[in-house]
Ligand binder design. Structure first.
Ligand code: SF4
Length: 86
């Protein structure tokens, strides 16, 4: 079980909001997302594992991918297709 899963094990989750990336191709004045270090972001495999673990433990009804700008994540199409099928 991941550290994240241990931290949330006592919650009753029905919705997942997963920040795929902090990267963004916009420059909104109220945000510095484009300046953030993205070196620690989860891989596609890690994202899928977190989703699978959450779905095994909780009655997840909705998964949302957020950012930054999630549509610039290199694996967004794979994750969206995969996530829509689980
Ligand atoms: S993450 Fe959102 S608020 Fe921040 S720069 Fe990108 S679009 Fe703007």
């Amino acid at each position: 079980m991941t550290k994240f899963m241990k931290e949330i094990k006592d919650l009753e989750l029905v919705r997942l909001n997963i920040q795929l990336t902090k990267k963004c191709n916009q420059r909104c004045k109220s945000c510095n997302s484009y300046e953030l270090d993205c070196a620690d972001e989860m891989s596609c495999k890690e994202i899928k594992r977190v989703i699978q673990e959450c779905c095994a433990l909780y009655p997840i009804q909705n998964i949302a991918f957020t950012g930054g700008e999630p549509t610039i994540h290199r694996d967004i199409l794979e994750l969206a297709e995969w996530g829509g099928a689980i």
